[in-house]
Design a protein around this ligand. Structure first.
Ligand code: FES
Length: 95
């Protein structure tokens, strides 16, 4: 299974994720503190993540992300970015 390495609050944790799961879901399932004020629906940006490695192992940017102004190539909404077949390294952004 692909691995996701999360960096948050000065800590780093590597976990396994299933293909098709969002970064938010993988994080929540593994005790990573990712905010998700809108419940993972792409309307709040509190789940904002910076992708350090493996951007090409995530699903394409969604219309919701574009509507929320997430346009930096390295930034994704954790609730919208789905893991594909490969490892990813992610900084969880504190908002
Ligand atoms: S949880 Fe609100 S945009 Fe991702």
């Amino acid at each position: 299974m692909p691995k996701v390495t999360f960096t948050y609050g000065g800590q780093t944790k590597t976990v396994e994720g299933k293909q098709g799961e969002t970064l938010l879901q993988i994080g929540i399932d593994n005790g990573i503190p990712i905010e998700h004020a809108c419940g993972g629906n792409g309307f709040c940006t509190t789940c904002l993540c910076k992708i350090k490695k493996g951007n090409d192992h995530l699903s394409a940017r969604t219309e919701r992300e574009e509507n929320m102004g997430i346009s930096d190539a390295q930034e994704r909404l954790g609730c919208q970015a789905k893991l594909q077949n490969g490892d990813v390294e992610v900084d969880v952004i504190d908002i």
